[in-house]
Design a protein around this ligand. Structure first.
Ligand code: FES
Length: 85
């Protein structure tokens, strides 16, 4: 069975490890250890985590808008700037 990966709304990629393991490597193919004992792992999608490639919750503090949300904002307002107020 394939490993499920869920794209969280304006958040990380949530990898479900309950169906089996994954191998995570850096750009040179070196293994990146996964957190022990977890049934899922969140991979940063916003680029602001200080624990990359893992999500550390920074996306919430910076008001990360995922591409799909950013596109809806552009479609609605013509701007990529978050609404004020
Ligand atoms: S997606 Fe959570 S810190 Fe980047």
């Amino acid at each position: 069975m394939p490993t499920p990966i869920k794209v969280r709304f304006n958040g990380p990629y949530l990898v479900d490890l309950s169906q089996g393991g994954i191998e995570l490597t850096d750009h040179e193919g070196n293994p990146i250890p996964l957190p022990a004992g977890k049934t899922n792992v969140a991979l940063c999608r916003c680029g602001a985590s200080v624990t990359k490639p893992f999500c550390d919750g920074t996306h919430s503090r910076i008001g990360f808008n995922a591409a799909e949300a950013a596109q809806r904002l552009v479609d609605r307002t013509g701007s990529t700037a978050p609404p004020r107020g």
